[in-house]
Every structure is written in C-alpha cells, then in structure tokens.
Write a protein that binds this ligand. Structure first.
Ligand code: ACO
Length: 326
C-alpha cells in the first residue's frame, strides 16, 4: 500500500505588499528585486491573523477537495517555523479549530523544507496502515519574524499556507513513491532566527539587537540550495529508476527564481515543466511547496499517473526531494 495525495488546498492572506511598497521602507527598487529574485509582490498576514488561521483555510479547502470530513481526520502534521505559540503546536491549535478530536497532531520544524518533511512522516503512517488518512500542512507567517529595515531579507518573504490530504491506495501506478531528506547542521549559521529561543530568550537586548528576526547569508544559501536540490533530485529519481527526462512536472520550493532556474538547468528539465508562483507570493517558507502544488493541481496540470518531482530546502540547512505518481 502507498499513500496518495487525495486533495490539495491553499490560502494566502489578503494584504499585498508590492516591491514599490518596499521601496518606501528600504534602499531597494523593483528592478533589482525582480532581476535578483523574480518576486514582484507578497501576501502578508493581517494584524489579527496567525499561522493557524492560514493553515485552517488551506486545510478546509484540501479536505473539501478530498471529500473528507474534518472530524474524520486521524493525523495532522504541520510544517512551520512560525507557530502561533512556542507551544502548543500549530497542529494542536488547528485540530481544535477544525472541530476534530480524533487526530493526533504535531509540528515539524524544517524551515522551508517543513512541508516535505511533514509529508514524509505522514506518508509512513498512511502507507503502513497505522492511520486511514492524514492532513499535511505547510504554513508560515515569516513576515512576523522579518526585519522590515533589512533589505537582504525583507524583499524575499511572504505568508501563506498549503495543505494536502493523504489517503491509502492499492493502485500500483499512483501515490508517493520515494522521499529523500537531508540535513547539514554545520550550516545553521547561514540561515536562522538567532534570538527569542532558549539560547537567547526574548529580552530588551534581543529586541535592541533585532536578533529575533531572520538572519541570512544570501550568497551562501544560494550556493548550498542549488547544489543540494540537484543532488537530492537525482537521488530520489534514481531510487525510482527514473531520469530527469521522465519527470512530467516539477513542484519546487519557491525560494528565488534564479535558484530554481539554476537547479532546473543542471537537471536539464525545461522551465515550462515547473510551476512558478513566487512572482505573486515570494518565499512562503513551509507553505511554498503545498501552495504551488495546489495551484498546479487546480489549474488542471496534474493528471493521474503523471510523475511529479517535488523539492525543497530551508534553514538547517534541511532539504529533500520526492517522486509522486499523481
Ligand atoms: N536592493 C538593492 N540592492 C541590494 C539589495 C536590495 N534588496 N540587497 C543587496 N543589494 C546590493 C548589495 O549591497 C550588493 O551591492 P554591492 O555590489 O554594491 O556590494 C549587490 O546588491 C549584490 O548583493 P548580493 O548579496 O551579492 O546579491 P545576490 O545576487 O546574492 O542576491 C539574494 C541577494 C537575492 C538574497 C540572493 O543571494 C539569494 O536569493 N539567496 C538565496 C536566499 C534565499 O533564497 N533565502 C530564502 C530562505 S532559504 C530558502 O528558502 C532556500
């Protein structure tokens, strides 16, 4: 038995911040941002919204698409690094908001790779028959931990949520085929939120030094991202005895258009096979992969039997790839 993605959903908050808006906040310009990243605008949470609110909307849409009643969900896994509270988990908050009392629920912290990690965990539970279904969510409000005076980072991030419902299938032609995950903890310093955790709890000093915001060495992240994504894609394709030429569609974490272009170029996969939406949303962290998957799915891109290559990378560094037969 394998697990099958039986429904997808996504949600982006209403408020939009354009590159022109950012020009008023930091020394940047639309042309630089578009040329270096491909991003034109991003959605940002309202003052009264938190990550679980985004997750709830995306989950409702995915459950609706899968024809599954929220009360019948047996497992909830949320990839996020911007939980509503340090604890309990967004998964627990989401379970409560869905009116579900049956599912065990928890979060997975793997930054922008969070939804791929969450998918891999839930896949094991569904494929082994331990649960009859699972709700997998990637949701982040990264703009809550973004320094709007730091032009290195504030141009990149946006908020959103994506959800996937997993069900078991006996169809040998369909389902999640292979997942490869990797972590390199020696790279923690190149992308992290240094303050506000147990190492440096929130304090006047943390706020003064702005260490509760995302810090990033963009050039290093860029290099690691291209190399790691290519390697894990080749690895997961080899697991399935496939080549890049066998891939029907690519669903990739929308970090930066140049990272995606370089990775696709190395894999010799045409750009036309990769659904891109970072122009509208920026980098939405763990939400990025399931939001992209949902857009491609609702646009009618994905047909039963298609070979979908999914890839993501984020702070840790944590990355991975998956082959899914739709
Ligand atoms: N607006 C205008 N100019 C800028 C800006 C800005 N927002 N930011 C930097 N510059 C300037 C720099 O000061 C520098 O000027 P100089 O040449 O006079 O010194 C010049 O532009 C080039 O700066 P670089 O940092 O070399 O620019 P780079 O081409 O590396 O682009 C970027 C920066 C977009 C951050 C890139 O490194 C990148 O995308 N890295 C990946 C980061 C990423 O995707 N992180 C997301 C989280 S992790 C993940 O999802 C994979």
């Amino acid at each position: 038995m394998r697990s099958l993605i039986a429904g997808t959903g996504s949600y982006a908050p209403e408020k939009i911040v354009t590159n022109a808006d950012l020009e008023k906040l930091v020394d940047t310009n639309d042309q630089w941002i578009v040329e270096r990243t491909g991003i034109r605008e991003r959605h940002v949470v309202a003052d009264d919204q938190a990550t679980s609110d985004l997750a709830l909307e995306a989950s409702r849409r995915a459950l609706d698409a899968a024809g599954l009643d929220a009360k019948d969900v047996e497992m909830i896994v949320v990839g996020t690094v911007t939980p509503d509270y340090p604890f309990p988990s967004v998964g627990a908050v989401l379970q409560g908001k869905l009116g579900n009392r049956k599912a065990f629920a928890f979060d997975v912290s793997a930054a922008c790779a969070g939804s791929l990690y969450a998918l891999s965990v839930a896949d094991r539970f569904v494929a082994t028959g331990a649960v009859k279904n699972a709700l997998v969510v990637g949701a982040d409000a990264l703009t809550r931990i973004t320094d709007w005076t730091d032009r290195n980072t504030c141009i990149l991030f946006g908020d959103g949520a994506g959800a996937m419902v997993l069900k078991p299938t006996d169809d040998p032609q369909r389902g999640i085929r292979a997942v490869r995950l990797h972590t390199d903890g020696s790279l923690v310093p190149i992308l992290l939120q240094p303050g506000g955790g147990s190492r440096d709890p929130i304090s006047e000093k943390v706020v003064r030094e702005k260490s509760h915001y995302v810090k990033m060495n963009g050039r290093e992240v860029f290099k690691v991202a291209v190399r790691s994504l290519e390697e894990s894609c080749r690895e997961v394709l080899a697991d399935e005895k496939l080549t890049p030429g066998d891939v029907t569609w690519v669903i990739a974490h929308q970090a930066n258009k140049r990272i995606l272009d370089a990775t696709l170029h190395r894999l010799e996969i045409p750009e036309s096979k990769c659904w891109m939406n970072l122009e509208k949303y920026g980098n939405t962290s763990a939400a990025s992969v399931p939001m992209t998957l949902d857009e491609a799915n609702r646009a009618g891109w994905l047909k039963p039997g298609d070979t979908v290559l999914m890839m993501a990378i984020g702070g840790g560094m944590a990355w991975g790839a998956s082959v899914v037969r739709w």
